[in-house]
Design a protein around this ligand. Sequence first.
Ligand code: ADP
Ligand code: MG
Length: 331
Amino acid sequence: EAAINRIAAGEVVERPASAVKELVENALDAGARRIEVAIAHGGKTLIRVTDDGHGIAPGDLPLALARHATSKIDGSDLLNIASFGFRGEALPSLGAVGRLMITSRAPGAEAARIEVSGGRMGPVTPAALTRGTVVELRDLFFATPARLKFLRTDRAEGQAISDVVKRLAMAEPFVGFVLRDMSEGGEGRVSFRADAESGDLFDAMRGRLARVLGADFAENALRIDAEREGVSLVGYAALPTYSRGSAVAQYLFVNGRPVRDKLLIGALRGAYMDFLSRDRHPAAALFLECDPHFVDVNVHPAKAEVRFREPGLVRGLIVSALRHALAEAGH
Ligand code: ADP
Ligand code: MG
């Protein structure tokens, strides 16, 4: 069992940033309005995600750590997955390859805690917590030294975590995010903060863009709002002058989920083709929304690829919406 869990865990958790992604997605699934991520040494020694979501009742804590036990899908429609998590793999995997401690409080219940280390689960014990959930992961991959060796420097792993947090923060502008580095001890150093945005979706997206990509970018971004055959595209795209030397400033989402998809990246490039050289990458935050049956987001659990039923339609929508916005801005 323990060995199988450790092998399976490697599929879900490749590096500290993938652990952060899973834990923050769980917090979002729990309806959190504020999420704090604390890390130390690039997440290698500590990852702690604190949320104010609906929590886990004491009796459900062991279940949350059981493989394939998920509270989020009933099996009736595997394609129609509205929430982020649907595999019931993340917590058991993290508990198999690190030292995991979950403290939680559900409304009307007492706070409780459970620990699992290298796949060995302890009992549920009483704890002190006013609301929500704190998931603390220490010494990731201590149980799998081979994988530990493949991790990059603290700085590089920390950068990857920051990128994951910013992508999720971009996806959820109405949720507050804090990323804190505890490596030097004390209260830690806040490396990213984005308070919950208010107003309508476009106000919120623009506000969040300012936190993630800078005020200058947000002020000059072109508003995108297009629709074609039930597929909608909303968000902001930057003027060509805001392009970057890499794709770091491309924030792409499909049904609220951050993706790195060739088709979408290619469409974005295509729209700017006449204005940018090959080595420049346009900056944008774009949200594609469509019927869940129109897209398969379950290509690989740890990868952010998607497969569209009608790729041509999606490409056409993106290229024409962005070209239209660029033309209106005088390009
Ligand atoms: P999944 O998210 O695919 O269901 P996970 O292993 O990530 O699987 O989580 C297992 C279960 O633990 C979830 O289905 C959920 O019921 C519970 N859970 C995990 N994290 C949280 C959280 N932050 N708040 C509330 N419940 C949580
Ligand atoms: Mg999950």
